[in-house]
Design a protein around this ligand. Structure first.
Ligand code: AMP
Ligand code: MG
Length: 482
């Protein structure tokens, strides 16, 4: 361990915004901090030295023990529609923004109570924070825009959930933590000047090229819509279900945020949900684009007064942008699915072929990931026999393979290798790793993280981590797991 490695340079630009947007909040000290996971690769990309990350100073800073340089630490204010119901004041109830390093927010999650904690204890379980680390890092390696995880520090304290659980603090790294709900918070309070300041702040950080003048507000909405359209398409092409797409969990810069009950599907079922509280299937796999549009409509509503002084004109402007979401999503989804099938471009008839493929997969309950990795292998080995297992009916299989083969060319294999991972964070493997970590066996966790860091490669000796669950291993439900 280096003696005195230089700490990262923290700044706090968010605390210079209008003060209703945050409350000063110090992370609360914990009894016995212990580093469980430290992400050297991520540290390097944001200019934090490995030596500092492994230092005693970092351990204390990232557990919330020790104050870093003299910048305000804050809990961010936001509102949100939770399962469709508007809550005007939510905010960081168990998280503190430590500051920004190299333009990224460093956020401690599970660091104690804040002004927004309401009845909660402000803490997080080791299991939930390890789960967020595993899944967010897997998403990054899969090429999906996402918040990342720099560290998981155990607190040494037990926290009461259904049973007593080990507590931990996660250091989340994000391009920003501004959410749809942040704008809703200001709109509900009628704070137009603050809303303008927030649009300008977020544009400066994450949306280069903003025009000058009042048209920058509608331009901002357009950018957010585009980023969400491509983000949701990427989720869907991997069988990812976010699980709790409340407006407070939609970050406007377009990174996947808030890893609670999210999960990757095994057997394909378009209506699949995992979350224990999603009784109506609101956030099912195939609902995600519609919900994203619903959330973006809430964003547009919040921003309306900035678009034009007359509400009617503002609505016309907003609607003209919102109507572009679905076509953009569909085009990104089709392009993504086409790549998975090895089709270099989307031609006429391909949208129908993609729909037919998904229909066949659903009928046969094909494993979403294995289906596509088997197609890649079929092209690589020039053998189609293994594909037959994914069809209920051999005639359908023959016809499908015939149409598919006709669309392949010499770019197909490369496209498919980059679009079809072998490894995803399968629920049963994640659960297995968490259970072991909770009895101080970190081996399954490290093994899983290793394959997930290179999900498109082959990992000799770890092939079983690519397999779907056996019936007795299947995980049916996930929890918001605080
Ligand atoms: P989430 O389901 O993680 O998006 O959280 C929804 C809201 O509940 C946010 O305002 C959180 O800050 C708050 N919250 C969740 N868990 C806790 C907790 N243990 N203590 C305090 N607030 C919490
Ligand atoms: Mg949240």
């Amino acid at each position: 361990m280096a003696e005195n490695p230089s700490p990262p340079f923290f700044v706090s630009t968010y605390s210079k915004l209008p003060e209703s947007l945050f409350r000063v909040a110090e992370p609360k000290p914990v009894s016995a901090p212990k580093a469980v996971l430290l992400n050297d690769a991520l540290a390097a990309t944001i200019g934090i030295s490995s030596a500092w990350l492994h230092s005693i100073e970092a351990l204390h800073a990232l557990a919330g023990q020790q104050s870093l340089p003299e910048i305000p630490r804050i809990a961010m204010a936001y509102a949100g529609h939770q399962f469709g119901n508007f809550v005007p004041s939510l905010g960081d109830g168990r998280a503190v923004l430590l500051g920004e390093v190299s333009g990224y927010d460093l956020h401690l999650k599970g660091s104690g109570r804040t002004a927004f904690s309401r009845g909660g204890d402000g803490r997080s379980t080791l299991s939930a924070m390890l789960r967020e680390y595993i899944v967010s890092e897997a998403m990054a390696a899969l090429g999906v825009p996402t918040t990342r995880s720099l560290a998981v520090i155990e607190t040494g304290e037990e926290i009461p959930r259904e049973k007593l659980e080990r507590g931990a603090v996660l250091t989340r790294v994000a391009k920003s933590h501004v959410r749809v709900g942040t704008f809703q918070y200001l709109a509900a309070r009628g704070e137009e000047a603050a809303m303008q300041a927030l649009v300008d702040y977020e544009s400066a950080r994450n949306f280069p090229g903003a025009p000058q003048g009042p048209e920058r507000f509608i331009w901002f909405l357009r950018q957010v819509i585009s980023r969400q359209a491509t983000l949701i398409a990427k989720w869907m092409c991997l069988g990812f279900i976010h699980g709790v797409m409340n407006t407070d969990n939609m970050q406007v810069a377009g990174e996947t945020i808030d890893y609670g009950p999210c999960a990757f599907m095994d057997a394909f079922d378009p209506q699949k949900t995992f979350s224990s509280i999603d009784h109506t299937g609101r956030y099912a796999w195939d609902k995600q684009p519609v919900i994203a549009l619903w959330n973006l409509t809430r964003l547009a509503e919040a921003l309306l007064p900035l678009f034009a002084s007359e509400t009617d004109s503002a609505i016309i402007l907003a609607e003209a942008e919102l109507k572009n979401f679905m076509p953009q999503f569909e085009s990104a989804f089709e392009k993504g699915m086409a790549a998975k099938l090895g089709l270099a471009e989307v031609k006429e008839g391909d949208a129908d072929f993609i729909a037919l493929t998904l229909q066949n997969m659903a009928n046969a309950k094909a494993d979403f990931t294995v289906f596509f990795s088997t197609l890649t292998e079929a092209v690589e080995l020039e053998s189609e026999t293994k594909i037959l297992q994914f069809f209920n009916n051999p005639n359908n299989a023959k016809q499908w393979i015939e149409s598919w083969r006709n669309r392949l060319d010499n770019s197909s294999l490369n496209l498919m290798k980059n679009a079809n991972p072998s490894f995803i964070p399968r629920n049963h493997r994640v659960e297995e790793a968490l259970a072991a970590a909770n009895i101080d066996n970190p081996k399954p966790l490290h093994r899983l993280l290793k394959v997930l860091s290179k999900p498109f490669e082959k990992h000799e000796g770890d092939e079983e981590l690519a397999l779907p669950p056996r019936p007795d291993e299947e995980v049916f439900q996930t929890f918001c797991g605080t």
